[in-house]
Design a binder for this molecule. Structure first.
Ligand code: 6PG
Length: 225
């Protein structure tokens, strides 16, 4: 499934996306007895999580991971893991299994091998929901990131550390082959600035200048003003 859905309101957007993701997780659970869901952090997805956590699913067999994480402890209000614990892994979804994209250490490189093996064990993703920045980054694949080319490569490791001018702290990110390899990919964006960036990405010539482009054709995009 791909395409662009414009919802009448942000309330409809978050509920609409949650309904679609719930149905796709249910289908994966029915087919395989388990399902893997990747979700973004940042400021947009909390209301989507609040809907999804009430879904009547066999959550004990659902693995949840972030598309990317800031290299900060869970005590930080910039922690995407904290956002997930507080907004998604609650109510029915409290039974889901979280695969971490952060471990306390001095640098992301110190914990990379561990995080990579945790993620590798639960691939491919059944459902991947991605955010996008106004600079057309997705996950933590930023246009000017240090390991941009490595993260876009077909043979990229599943997780890479990332440092970029637009990111205040080091990141850990799922890489392009993992995002593209998901059974279902969704992009969640809200507001005119994001819509303009999304259109700009269609026109961009390379993935390097517009990393969201790596999934733009295959994704279902969900938008409200
Ligand atoms: C993060 C994200 C990131 C996010 C976009 C959009 O940690 O920041 O996972 O990729 O999805 O930057 O962020 P907003 O929703 O805050 O605009």
């Amino acid at each position: 499934m791909s395409g662009f859905t414009k919802y009448d309101s942000r309330a409809d957007l978050f509920k609409g996306l949650a309904d679609v993701v719930e149905a796709q997780l249910r289908a994966a659970l029915t087919q395989n007895g388990r399902a893997t869901l990747a979700v973004p952090g940042g400021t947009t997805p909390a209301p989507f999580f609040e809907h999804l956590r009430h879904a009547d699913l066999d959550w004990a067999n659902v693995t949840v991971l972030l598309t990317d994480e800031r290299f900060v402890p869970e005590t930080s209000d910039r922690s995407n893991t904290r956002l997930l614990r507080e907004n998604l892994l609650q109510d029915r979804a409290s039974k889901a299994v979280l695969v971490p994209l952060y471990q306390p250490a001095d640098t992301p490189e110190d914990v990379l091998t561990n995080l990579q093996s945790g993620v590798s064990a639960v691939l491919p993703l059944d459902v991947c929901v991605l955010g996008m920045g106004a600079d057309m980054h997705t996950a933590s694949i930023f246009p000017e990131a240090d390991l941009l080319a490595e993260a876009l490569a077909d043979d990229a490791p599943v997780v890479l550390p990332m440092r970029a001018p637009n990111a205040p702290e080091p990141r850990l990110t799922l890489t392009a082959p993992v995002l593209r390899g998901a059974g279902n990919v969704h992009i969640l964006i809200a507001g005119a600035e994001k819509q303009a960036a999304f259109d700009q990405a269609w026109a961009a010539k390379t993935f390097m200048e517009a990393p969201i482009k790596i999934v733009q054709e295959q994704a279902q995009t969900h938008y409200a003003d």
